[in-house]
Ligand binder design. Structure first.
Ligand code: GRF
Length: 221
């Protein structure tokens, strides 16, 4: 009997409810998924996602950034924990701290983030409000490699959703979030499976590519 291929050890970094974290945990329950969620780390001890992770039997650590004198100090504490748990890949999932180049460079090519917009549009906060204010017909989510610039970095996967006439930031955000939960596990699986190559700003995916058609909104008869 051949040994099962080893799975990459992943830490998910959160600050809040952790619904994307939950989608990664669910995907990793499949033994054929090339990553295991070995650790969930939060900068907020009260983050609801920590309890969800524990309910799923996952080790959690809270490192309160307010207890550290500087950003670097806080990041050194995180780095120590990640190393102590043998972490190989990091997923930011609603982690609301800006990371310094010191930390980001330690994880180059091994740290990814989910952003609720079709990058490079709407970097930063309040993406759904800004998309509605601009009147765009398509909005969505992106998973990208983390580089020192906020919400920059080569894009791995994106999902687009239509903006509907009656949308509020909440209804649009919920439509986007449902797709976040699809593309984040997809992107982590590709990364952990060794299928991604960064070429400048582009990410190439090896293996079979699905042939997809254009997504057009609005879809009128
Ligand atoms: C998500 O919208 C994600 O795109 C953004 O922060 C939010 C986190 O939500 N980076 P959750 O904690 O994963 O539910």
């Amino acid at each position: 009997m051949s040994a099962a291929p080893s799975r990459r050890r992943v830490a998910v970094l959160i600050s809040g409810r952790g619904s994307n974290m939950t989608s990664l945990i669910a995907a990793a329950k499949d033994p054929s998924f090339p990553a295991e969620i070995a650790l969930v780390l939060s900068n907020r001890p009260e983050a609801p996602g920590l309890a969800t992770a524990r309910e799923n039997g996952i080790t959690t650590v809270a490192i309160d950034h307010k207890h550290h004198l500087s950003r670097e100090d806080f990041e050194r504490a995180m780095q120590e924990v990640l190393e102590a748990h043998g972490i190989e890949l990091v997923c930011l999932a609603g982690f609301m701290r800006i990371l310094t180049a010191w930390f980001v460079e330690r994880w180059t090519g091994r740290m990814i983030n989910i952003h609720p917009a079709l990058l490079p549009l709407y970097r930063g906060l309040h993406t759904h409000e800004r998309a509605l204010a601009d009147g765009v017909k398509l909005h969505g989510a992106s998973v990208h490699f983390v580089v020192p610039g906020m919400d920059e970095g080569p894009i791995i996967a994106q999902a687009a959703v239509p903006v509907l006439d009656g949308d509020t930031a909440d209804t649009l955000g919920a439509r986007v979030l449902a797709q976040e939960h699809v593309i984040y596990p997809l992107a982590l699986g590709l990364l952990a499976g060794g299928r991604l190559t960064i070429e400048g700003a582009r990410v190439r995916v090896s293996g079979e590519a699905a042939q997809t058609s254009a997504l057009v909104a609005p879809q009128v008869a």
